[in-house]
Ligand binder design. Structure first.
Ligand code: UGA
Length: 443
């Protein structure tokens, strides 16, 4: 990134006063973007540790370019932070709710943070304030938020977020589309105007449709991934190469190349939670979303298929086997381990008695002892992880794994066996070094 950020155009509705509730993976990129566009933004966050980090000019999450945009916003006096949502909204024309909506016990989204935020801000909102739901929320939540604020003079707009972790800033600066939904179309258009410097196409609709678009997008992406993982399985069965299948598919513009990389299964804090929530939303409204249930079941099978590859690599003798793992985060470019397929697979191997030693550039050994890392030994680097290992399993596609000294890896390992669950490595040089290589969907 250059020192000074490119100056964006003035938003079509002018510069506005905005409060953002929640400094997480959605709230912070949104705050960085809107302050970059020249709006006055205040972020409310309860977690004192996060606030201290933000006030120190740093980002509490690992996200490319985020820190630089946050700092620029602060030094331009466009971005401030508060520990009180009530305080943050008292002057705001727009209030973005960016709080978590974790998965409840029955698969549905847990709305307790949204409800608590709406109740907290309600009495402090200015007359005619526009409250924006950016958190992923079930159909009907816009109306719920309106009720929970206890105010009849405000308007609620659903403005779902489509950014990906790891590329959040780039996605926010150049989104494919802006979706805004509300009963009051004027309020929806006012929210869209905040983002006008992006020049993205705008879909203006009602709140229920906007809420459904968010779930439909993630459900489609998840289904596409389950599809290509299933094709990878089929390719193995018939002796075809999934990499070439993707080329043959992707050139068809109706299909495209995006989201067609087979892997260990899809994970992260969004796709698993949102697909389960959508199935539940369907059930609650008398609709059986069998296709999506199938995509979820297929994802579960994919995790197990990778475990089977590891089992086969140690001739079924997994109890006590030394298994090295490269990558623990749910994808490269993030430090997020929530619903990570890599961790899920590690835990399945640990449960079968494997001795798992893992390296991830964003999960240094200082993380040892964390609940989700139980039974996993954390190595300091990729080489340390493979020392005396019988097999190494690549689970997250960090670029640095491509450029390792594989002859050193070969010398360190007990046996030269690689399971590449991301098709991330070039098999030819590995085979020349005497490695047995197993990818996904390639023979
Ligand atoms: C996802 C959506 O892509 C965003 O559009 C959405 O805004 C976000 O959820 C959300 O709802 O907040 P994200 O969770 O950051 O974004 O992760 P993705 O990049 O979608 O990846 C999801 C999973 O699919 C990861 O485990 C990833 O490794 C896997 N994946 C992705 C593949 O296995 N192959 C691919 O070709 C792409």
């Amino acid at each position: 990134m250059s020192q000074s950020l490119p100056k964006p155009k003035t938003p079509s509705g002018g510069f506005r006063r905005i409060a953002i509730i929640g400094a997480g993976y959605v709230g912070l990129p949104t705050a960085a973007l809107l302050s970059h566009f020249g709006h006055s933004v205040i972020v409310a966050e309860r977690d004192q540790r996060k606030l201290d980090i933000l006030r120190d000019g740093r980002s509490p999450i690992f996200e490319k370019d985020l820190e630089e945009y946050l700092r620029a916003g602060v030094s331009a006096k466009k971005l401030t932070f508060s520990d009180s949502a009530a305080e943050a909204v008292k002057d705001a024309e727009f209030v973005f709710l960016c709080v978590p909506t974790p998965q409840g016990d029955d698969g549905s989204a847990d709305l307790s943070y949204i409800v608590a935020a709406a109740q907290e801000i309600g009495p402090h909102l200015i007359q005619d304030a526009i409250v924006v739901n950016k958190s992923t929320v079930p159909v009907g939540t816009a109306h719920l938020v309106e009720r929970e604020t206890g105010r009849d003079d405000i308007r609620v707009v659903s403005n779902p977020e489509f950014l990906r972790e790891g590329t959040a800033l780039a996605d926010s600066l150049a989104p494919d589309r802006i979706v805004v939904g509300a009963d009051d179309q004027e309020a929806a258009a006012a929210v869209a105007a905040l983002f006008s410097p992006t020049h993205a196409p705008v879909v203006v609709t009602d709140a229920t449709t906007a809420e459904t678009i968010k779930y439909a997008s993630n459900a489609f992406l998840a289904t596409k991934l389950s599809f290509i993982n299933a094709i990878a399985g089929l390719a193995e069965a018939v002796g075809a190469d999934v990499k070439d299948i993707v080329l043959g598919l992707g050139y068809d513009k109706r299909i495209g190349f995006e989201f067609l990389k087979p892997g260990p299964g899809w994970g992260g804090s969004c796709l698993p939670k949102d697909t389960s929530a959508l199935v539940k939303i369907g059930e609650d409204h008398g609709y059986d979303f069998a296709l999506l249930r199938g995509a979820i079941a297929s994802n579960e099978a994919q995790l197990e298929r990778i475990v089977d590859k590891v089992l086969a690599a140690v001739d079924g003798k997994i109890a006590g086997a030394a298994v090295a793992v490269w990558g623990l985060t749910f994808k490269a470019g993030t430090d997020d381990r929530r619903a990570s397929p890599a961790l899920d697979i590690c835990q399945r191997l640990v449960a079968k008695g494997a001795k798992v030693t893992a390296f991830d550039p964003e999960v240094p050994p200082a993380n040892a002892g964390a609940d989700d890392l139980r039974g996993i030994t954390l190595a300091t680097d990729s080489y340390e992880a493979v020392r005396d290992a019988q097999v190494v399993v690549l689970l997250t596609e960090w670029a640095e794994f491509r450029w390792l000294d594989f002859s050193k890896v070969a010398d360190l390992m007990q046996s030269r066996v690689i399971v590449d669950a991301r098709n991330h490595l070039d098999p030819a040089p590995l085979k020349r070094l005497g490695f047995s290589y197993q990818g996904v969907g390639r023979t």
